[in-house]
Design a protein around this ligand. Structure first.
Ligand code: CP
Length: 337
């Protein structure tokens, strides 16, 4: 695809070569994300960051990624701080904000809303999550992490065996990751969820039509037994009609060190898009896994910086200028990465 000037709304806009290109550019961002070098390639550029749902990782890492490329960030969080609360349409908001920004990252609770906003925007828009629909930058960082973890174990994505566990109905990260995996060869997918929270049928069908082997199950222990990656997810309580309904499923699947030891293959990688729900009635990924070296959740979040820097460099067409605007950092940075 032509990245320069493009919106990033869905993983379905990518061919496999596009994903590999994003990963190559992400690799080139390592010295900057790891604070060995500073680049000012986006000096003068402005990111409009508009998050109408809670976010820690996506909002802050998009902002930090833009800062690390030398650009500045203007931020709106929550409808209550936006003129949308006064009845302004997404069309008008997009026309206005795209006059103030060079690129926009947006999260919104309604599926399709970011695409609607992008249609009226004069600058590229990156979808930071639209309802239960898609979260393309998360899927890219997840797949980048999967590739990295598998490479360390002498395997590649085409041989991947992955179990996705939890709320597969409302979880936009697993929706986007499943669609992205359709670009890869003989991937095996085990979908572990309560009956009521199964992966939408059209996504399962899409995976099967792409040649993936997909098994659906409601049993955690069997589902995680023969896979390279366990991808755990939170019950998306904000998508349920009541917290009481979400409580029916919260805590149904709890991966802890004991279950991992007894049921997973040695060195099975544990992933989660985060936030994990650490309240006592949830704990889908227990804190007792924190010292397990196969817990990759914070490698995922670190990789998110690389992938989001790559997306900005691509849509603003500065990939080949990044190193020309660089110098060493002035401050102490050792030991963090
Ligand atoms: N993974 C993710 O989207 O996290 P945030 O909700 O904190 O952005």
């Amino acid at each position: 695809m032509q990245f320069a000037g493009s919106h990033i709304l869905s993983v379905q806009q990518f061919e496999r070569g596009d994903v590999e290109h994003i990963f190559d550019v992400a690799d080139r961002m390592v010295p900057y994300a790891h604070r060995r070098r500073v680049t000012r390639v986006l000096d003068g550029a402005i990111l409009g960051s508009m998050f109408f749902e809670p976010s820690t990782r996506t909002r802050v890492s998009f902002g930090s990624a833009f800062n690390l490329l030398g650009g500045e960030v203007r931020e709106t969080t929550g409808f209550e701080n936006s003129a949308i609360a006064k009845g302004e349409s997404l069309y008008d908001t997009a026309r206005v904000l795209s006059g103030y920004s060079d690129v926009i990252a947006m999260r919104h609770p309604a599926a399709g809303s970011v695409a609607e906003f992008a249609a009226a925007s004069r600058v590229p828009v990156i979808n930071g999550g639209d309802g239960s629909n898609e979260h393309p930058s998360q899927a890219l960082l997840d797949l980048y992490t999967i590739r990295s973890e598998l490479t360390a174990r002498g395997r590649d994505i085409d041989q991947l065996r992955i179990a996705m566990v939890g709320d597969l109905r409302y979880g936009r990260t697993v929706h986007s990751l499943s669609k992205l995996l359709c670009l890869f060869g003989s991937v095996q997918v085990v979908l572990v969820s309560p009956q009521e929270l199964r992966m939408p049928g059209e996504i399962v069908q899409e995976m099967r039509e792409a040649g993936l082997r997909v098994v659906e199950s409601d049993a955690l222990e069997a589902g995680i037994a023969n896979v390279d990656i366990v991808y755990s997810t939170r019950i998306q309580e904000e998508r349920f009609s009541s917290l009481a309904e979400a409580d029916l499923y919260r805590g149904r699947y709890r991966l802890n060190q004991s279950i991992y030891t007894h049921h997973c293959e040695p060195n099975t990688v544990i992933m989660h898009p985060l936030p994990r729900d650490s309240r006592d009635n949830a704990r889908e990924l227990d804190d007792d896994l924190n010292d397990n070296p196969n817990l990759a959740i914070f490698r995922q979040t670190d990789n998110g910086m690389l992938v989001r820097m790559a997306l900005f460099a691509l849509v603003l067409d500065v990939v080949d200028q990044v190193d020309r605007h660089a110098r060493d950092v002035n401050w102490y940075t050792a030991g963090r990465f």
